[in-house]
Write a protein that binds this ligand. Sequence first.
Ligand SMILES: NC(=O)c1ccc[n+]([C@@H]2O[C@H](COP(=O)([O-])OP(=O)(O)OC[C@H]3O[C@@H](n4cnc5c(N)ncnc54)[C@H](O)[C@@H]3O)[C@@H](O)[C@H]2O)c1
Length: 283
Amino acid sequence: MRNRSRDSERLKNNRIMDQFSLEDKIAIVTGAGQGIGKAIALTFAKAGADLVIVDIDAVSANSTTQEIHDMGRDALALSVNACNKDQVDGMVRKTLKRFKRIDISVHNAGGGYPTKPILEMLEEDWDKSVTLNLKSAFLCCKSVGKIMAKQKRGSIVNMSSMAGFGPYPLGANYAAAKAGVKNLTENLAVELGPYNVRVNALAPGPVETPTIAEYYKEHPEMKEQRLRAIPLKRIAVPEDIANVALFLASDASGYVSGQTILINGALATFVTPELIAELGKRF
Ligand SMILES: NC(=O)c1ccc[n+]([C@@H]2O[C@H](COP(=O)([O-])OP(=O)(O)OC[C@H]3O[C@@H](n4cnc5c(N)ncnc54)[C@H](O)[C@@H]3O)[C@@H](O)[C@H]2O)c1
């Protein structure tokens, strides 16, 4: 009797874990050559998905794809600029040709860090960040969304940032673009809800990816300020973000849509006393 109840408990637990499985799902991840995108792709492969590895850099896309093949899953590498409509439409066409459907699409390509105050910002700084972070998400959402609406099934995960939730001193171009991604996510979730397509976004705080590690090397004071302000007392690693992406991609989040999930170790704000003091000396 005791064993049977233990077995039924185990079965129940198995069913719960099954909801996090991506067994035989087809997932696109953009910007998957390195950093958070790569961690998301590897996590999805571990959960059973076959992957389309998209990156503007063909070498890193091929290298992530090779790692997924080594794990025994199928993967297709595509060299695509996520800011270019024709290339994004091509990504969707090639995915369908190879895998016949798209279950999950993670629009992670993007990036940026604090560089200058708004009064010193050039028009091109603004355009570059909005194109890389917001236009790319729009193009991917539109192209993938059309297919998912026809399929009457799918999960889209966009990449916003904690920077999109409030002030991000010296990075207003990036912050505004990521706030746009949050709003795009809310709108698309409403428009695609009737087609059984869920749309959510991730909003990480600081994550130590290769790009951000380089930035911290040049600005060690920024890393120290972040570490002092994060209650969990560490900067996130890409896998911290990938685990939440897995939840949003999987059936475990079947009633979650239109949400942008903060993953920031309880960091309350990017506005530090040191930055306020520095900003006050500029003009
Ligand atoms: N690292 C952080 O602290 C942090 C925090 C919040 C949000 N994010 C967001 O997470 C995402 C990934 O960040 P990361 O730190 O892993 O970046 P990263 O620079 O380490 O990696 C980005 C990847 O995207 C690719 N890429 C760049 N432009 C592209 C384009 N136009 N088309 C296709 N691929 C392109 C790059 O080649 C690279 O492989 C970004 O959208 C970033 O804004 C990062």
